[in-house]
Design a protein around this ligand. Structure first.
Ligand code: GDP
Ligand code: IMO
Ligand code: MG
Length: 447
């Protein structure tokens, strides 16, 4: 039995969907704990591609229970579309449960998200425009609508009438937008409520019950460590807590019941939206990574910015998440490069800096200090064990593991399930000796 959190170690889109799907094979329950339809998790099974926004990536396994936890925000229209699409593809969704205390994204959230981005002009965050920030803001302001409110017809009427009139002042006066008709929104959302009702329960009870029955629970993070509201590159972040700690708050499970944390990182780095990105490549190598890695946003279709692997933020992600091991994805994307750079430290105003600076202005001034490694220039996509990898690719992985002081348990070399090397059992293998760094380096990337 193990309860495992899978988190993104960079700025999102690390391949969490693929890794969660892979690990779901031995999971009884898979839980999303934060984020909303800003997430886009891709799973490729043979010739089928699934793009999930809210439904946990364990859904493809018919016996696995999938839970959308209380820390998420739910856009019912998108969720219902996702349910319909899965059903059309013959995937059963009867094992899905939704937290009754998850907050609901309303039309005014989407409108305010988009209008406020426009108003910010050059200060925009580059959000997905899906209403995520405004939904979490209303949660903090204590005027949010939760799933259980949606299920209460009379209560919803009263609550939404007041809230929509309040939001209409903002829409009209601040953003020059037409007001929403409260009755229209209420009717629309009551329709969603009827379809979602069978799924809505107290999921914290279900999760606790699964723990007591010694089930294997997988917590699937959305976004990534550097997009975390508290620990990321604020203000260029999302409005939830993707870090491992978020899994407890976002599900209602105590930290003593978590066994380990697996970080997912690309063999290089990408970022969508605005904000500083020290290792970003403006030029040919960046375009090469972008096209070979098909770096186009799963949710918004925006082109992702590409850069070299950044071990400074990598080390930071290891620390903030208490990471036990890493899954390195998209190694195959580097196959054709003659040389590959890795950022080992930053230089800020002429000073060496080995830690991620928390001040966004300072972070924007960081210049990467690179170590250049030779490329391997052969295809790795058919490699299925460490022995199959070219020596230079293995050296590259060893270098990353040493820099980050965390073992690499999984290497991914393509989007499909079988394009994977399991170096060490990420769930039942040895835990990282956190407080004894002298014991770690010898066992890094142990074959
Ligand atoms: P997530 O949000 O972290 O789940 O990641 P996304 O699904 O948004 O983006 C990752 C993309 O890379 C998807 O299109 C995956 O199918 C693809 N992918 C995942 N792992 C690999 C890999 O090892 N190699 C390649 N070439 N593609 C991968
Ligand atoms: P997955 O789960 C990559 C980014 C947006 C923007 C910032 C804030 O697929 O890894 P938001 O709409 O959340 O208010 O936008 O966060 N962002 C993501 N980037 N992957 C994601 O999810 C993201 N979700 C949000 O591009 O910069
Ligand atoms: Mg994604």
């Amino acid at each position: 039995m193990a309860n495992v959190i899978v988190i993104g170690a960079q700025w999102g889109d690390e391949g969490k969907g693929k890794i969660t799907d892979l690990l779901s094979r031995s999971a009884d329950v898979v839980v999303r704990y934060q984020g909303g339809v800003n997430a886009g998790h891709t799973i490729v099974v043979k010739d089928q591609t699934f793009k999930l926004h809210l439904i946990p990536s364990g859904i493809l396994y018919p016996k696995t229970e999938c839970i959308i936890g209380c820390g998420t925000v739910i856009d019912p229209e998108v969720l219902l579309r996702e349910l319909d699409q899965l059903k059309e593809l013959g995937i059963s969704t009867r094992n899905l449960l939704i937290s009754e205390t998850a907050h609901v994204t309303m039309p005014y959230h989407r409108l305010i998200d988009q209008a406020s981005e426009e108003r910010r002009g050059s200060h925009k965050i580059g959000t997905t425009g899906r209403g995520i920030g405004p939904t979490y803001a209303d949660k903090s302001e204590r005027i949010g609508i939760r799933m259980l409110d949606l299920m209460d017809q009379q209560g919803l009427h009263e609550q939404l009438e007041w809230t929509i009139n309040y939001k209409n002042v903002i829409l009209e006066k601040l953003y020059n937008l037409p007001p929403l008709d409260p009755q229209e929104v209420i009717d629309e959302y009551l329709g969603y409520a009827e379809r979602l009702r069978p799924y809505v329960v107290d999921t914290s009870l279900k999760i606790y019950d699964a723990v007591r029955r010694r089930r294997n629970i997988l917590f699937e993070g959305a976004q990534g460590t550097l997009l975390d509201l508290d620990h990321g590159t604020y203000p260029y972040v999302t409005s939830s807590n993707p870090v491992a700690g978020g899994a407890c708050v976002g599900t209602g499970l105590g930290p003593t019941m978590i066994d380990r944390v697996i970080g997912v990182a690309k063999a290089y780095t990408t970022r969508v939206g605005e904000g500083p990105f020290p290792t970003e490549i403006h030029g040919e190598a960046g375009e090469h990574l972008c096209s070979r890695g098909a770096e186009v946003g799963t949710t918004t279709g925006r082109q992702r910015r590409c850069g070299w692997f950044d071990a400074v933020i990598g080390r930071y992600a290891v620390r903030i998440n208490g990471m036990d091991c890493l899954a390195i994805t998209k190694l195959d994307v580097l196959d054709e490069l003659e040389e590959i750079k890795v950022c080992v430290a930053y230089e800020i105003d002429g000073e060496n800096c080995e830690h991620f600076p928390r001040n966004a202005r300072q972070f924007a001034r960081c210049k990467p200090v690179y170590k250049t490694l030779p490329g391997w220039r052969v295809s790795t996509s058919d490699c299925r064990s460490l022995e199959d990898l070219p020596g230079k690719a293995l050296n590259y992985l060893k270098f990353l593991a040493e820099l980050m002081e965390v073992p690499i348990a999984i290497v991914s070399l393509g989007a499909s399930r079988d394009q994977t090397i399991i170096v060490e059992d990420p769930i039942h293998g040895p835990k990282r000796a956190l407080l004894h760094p002298e014991t770690t380096s010898a066992s890094l990337l142990s074959a």
